[in-house]
Design a protein around this ligand. Sequence first.
Ligand code: NAD
Ligand code: TYD
Length: 351
Amino acid sequence: MILVTGGAGFIGANFVLDWLAQSDGPVLNLDKLTYAGNLENLASLQGDPRHVFVQGDIADGALLQGLLTEHRPRAVVNFAAESHVDRSIHGPEDFIQTNIVGTFRLLEAVRAHWGGLDEAGKAAFRFLHVSTDEVYGSLAATDSAFTEEHRYEPNSPYSASKAASDHLVRAYHHTYGLPVLTTNCSNNYGPYHFPEKLIPLMIVNALAGKPLPVYGDGMQIRDWLYVKDHCSAIRRVLAAGQLGEVYNVGGWNEKPNIEIVQTLCALLDELRPRADGKSYREQISYVKDRPGHDRRYAIDARKLEKELGWKPAETFETGIRKTVQWYLDHPDWVAHVQSGSYRDWVSKQYR
Ligand code: NAD
Ligand code: TYD
C-alpha cells in the first residue's frame, strides 16, 4: 500500500486513478476535503477495495500515527497543500498551516514510523514530496529555464510556503536520513482541474457566456504539462529516483497566458460554437493584474529525462484538446463544483 495525501484534489485524484489503473497496489488516500477536495473526482473507484479514503488533516499527528501503524504503507506521496496563488494573496494563513506546519507534522509522523521499520523496510521506504516550479521565482525573458540548482526566490505566500516545505523535506533527509524525493513541476492542466485556475476557469466562463479575465497584459509565461504526464513522472521518480534528490518536471511548453486563452477560444469555436456564430474571443476581458505577479516560469527537465528516462506522452496541442473535450463531456462535474453541491457528496457517500 502507498499513502497519498491530497488525493481528492486535482493532481492527487488523477494520480490515484492512474495508479490504480496501472497496478494492483492499494492506495490509502488522506485528504482534508477543503474546498479543493472533491470526492466526485474518485467516483469511479466506488466499491473498489484497493482505495481506502480517510478524511483528515496532514497536520493531525495522532491520526497520521494511527494510519501509518495500521496500514504500514511502503511509500508516502504528499500532494496535500493549499495551491491557489490568488487565495494565498487574500489569506496566507491556511497556506502556512497546511503547506508548512502540515508538511512538518507529516514528516515527523513518517520519521517515527520509518525509524521503527526493520532494515529491509527502511531501505525500501520512500517519502515523495510534490512541489512546484514557483519556488524558484520569476525568470526574465532571456533567462535559461529553471534547473534543480536554481536558487529559491519565492514571491507569493503560496510559493514561499511550498519553498519552506521543500526545505523541511531536504532537512529530514540530511539530518535524519529519511529516504525522501522531491519533484518540482510546472503548471498542470487536464481533467478535474478546479475552475478557479486559468485553463478550467476560461473554459467554464466561455461556455457560460461570462467574461474571460486576463490579468495585466496577458504576456506572463507559464510552462504547461498535461496532468497525466506529471503523474507518470512521479511514478518514475518513486520507482527509480535517487534518495535525497530533486527532479524538475516539465514538458517544454512555455506559453503566454493570452495565447492559452486564444487557443481555448479557438477549440471551443470548433467543438461547441457560440449560438450567435461569433468567436469566444469576444469574451476576453483584460483586468487588473495580480499583485507581485511572476512574469515567467520555465522548467529544464533534462535531469529527469536523462537520469530516469522520463518523457511526457502529450504535446500541448493533444493535451489541451483532450482537456477541452473533457470539460465539454462532464457538465455535471462542472455544475456540481459551481453550485457547491460536490460537497454534499461526502455526506451522501460517507454518512
Ligand atoms: P488542489 O488544490 O487541487 O488539491 C489539494 C488537495 O489537498 C485537496 O484535495 C485538499 O482537500 C487537500 N488538502 C488541503 N489541505 C489539506 C490538509 N491540511 N490535509 C490533507 N489534505 C489537504 O491542488 P493540486 O493542483 O492538485 O496540487 C497538488 C500538489 O501539487 C500541491 O502540493 C501543489 O503545490 C503541487 N503542484 C501543483 C501544480 C499545479 O499546476 N496545480 C504544479 C506543480 C505542483
Ligand atoms: P493560475 O492557474 O492561477 O496558476 P499560477 O498562478 O500558479 O501559475 O494562473 C496561471 C496564469 O494565468 C497566471 O499567470 C495568472 C493568470 N490568470 C489570469 O490571467 N486570469 C485568471 O483569471 C487566472 C485565474 C489566472
